[in-house]
Design a protein around this ligand. Structure first.
Ligand code: 8YV
Length: 324
């Protein structure tokens, strides 16, 4: 098997007991990094969102039966090509929702209450020279969630504890969310009316570049845009334009089209009305441990012929058939 993640010793041991383990650096093309005789024998991969697993990968690695992402998102994987090649695709849903929701509220607090700007105010010695600038209450503000899956629901719970009025838009109406008092809005209405708009959709062909000049143009000049999902759901130049022109008031961003963000190359790094984080929604000790546990066990399960904890293409059904 190939592993593109740093593993804790016990999980490294669990893999080594069962398989020959080949490390490949995250972001490297696995089919190019391995000698052809090794590549031909690889049966499974534990990879990150930076590991490209596309048609070329599946075509050149015919023995692979499972690719297990160390992430809930799997936009790095061509699931159609995997399914056609009879490969199970696994991810890590459910274990990172609270961490990402916490970080989303963190970005709402940073942008609404100007936490990072005020930290700079103290460090720069401006406090002694005059009163700190005022920021904005969260209480009574509306939060529009684009996407109402597991993470969206946890963001809603937290935001309501702050006294925010929570609305959502989702491909399918979510009766359970609405029963708790979260209001449904049509997509344009959500952009037009909410004080904060926070994105919680996966990156797919349908969502790529789906938030652009049209959407920012609909938002209130006082509105703040929050993104902890994937940078590429946003037309980043259009967002930068909207932030520069005052079309919107600010943004809290954990994700970018190109990561790591190069501060020398991005206008975002020079803006005071944005808070920038290095894609750390799930990056806590507890959550990353739960994710790597699930990712490794998903792989072991499939290769031992058991049903994995989380597969995104369950139509590829090896369960009970791969065990030797
Ligand atoms: C990253 C994420 O995957 O789960 C996701 O979809 O984007 C994050 O949790 C994390 O950097 C681990 O690779």
């Amino acid at each position: 098997v190939v592993v593109s993640v740093n593993l804790p010793a016990d999980l490294q041991g669990a893999l080594q007991e069962r398989f020959e383990v080949h490390p490949v650096a995250p972001g490297e093309r696995i089919e190019k990094a391995l000698a052809p005789d090794v590549a031909a024998r690889i049966r499974g991969v534990v990879g990150t969102v930076r590991t490209p697993l596309d048609q070329a990968f599946f075509q050149s690695m015919p023995a692979v039966r499972v690719v297990s992402n160390f992430a809930v998102g799997y936009d790095n994987i061509d699931v159609k090509a995997a399914t056609a090649a009879n490969v199970v695709v696994c991810n890590t849903p459910g274990v990172l929702d609270a961490a990402v929701a916490d970080l989303t509220l963190g970005l709402i607090l940073c942008t609404g209450r100007n936490l990072v700007g005020l930290d700079r105010f103290v460090r720069d010695g401006r406090w002694a020279k005059g009163a700190a600038p005022l920021s904005y209450d969260l209480m009574g503000k509306s939060l529009g969630l684009l996407g109402m899956g597991r993470i969206g629901r946890m963001v809603a719970e937290r935001a309501r504890a702050f006294g925010m009025k929570v609305f959502y838009h989702n491909r399918n109406r979510q009766a359970a969310a609405e029963a708790t008092g979260i209001g449904y809005l049509e997509r344009d209405e959500l952009f037009r009316t909410c004080d904060f708009v926070s994105v919680h959709v996966p990156l797919t062909d349908a969502t790529r570049n789906s938030i652009g000049a049209r959407e920012f143009g609909m938002m209130k000049p006082s509105a703040i845009f929050i993104n902890t999902s994937r940078g590429a759901v946003v037309d980043e130049p259009a967002m930068i334009e909207a932030l520069k022109n005052g079309t919107i008031a600010g943004a809290g961003l954990d994700v970018f089209v190109k990561e790591p963000l190069d501060p020398a190359a991005s206008a975002l790094a020079g803006m005071d009305n944005v808070t920038l984080l290095p894609h750390v929604g799930s990056a806590t000790h507890e959550t990353r441990r739960a994710m790597i546990d699930l990712a490794v066990h998903n792989l072991i399960d499939v290769l031992e012929g058991a049903r994995p904890g989380a597969a995104v293409n369950p139509e590829v059904d090896h369960y009970g058939t791969l065990k030797e």
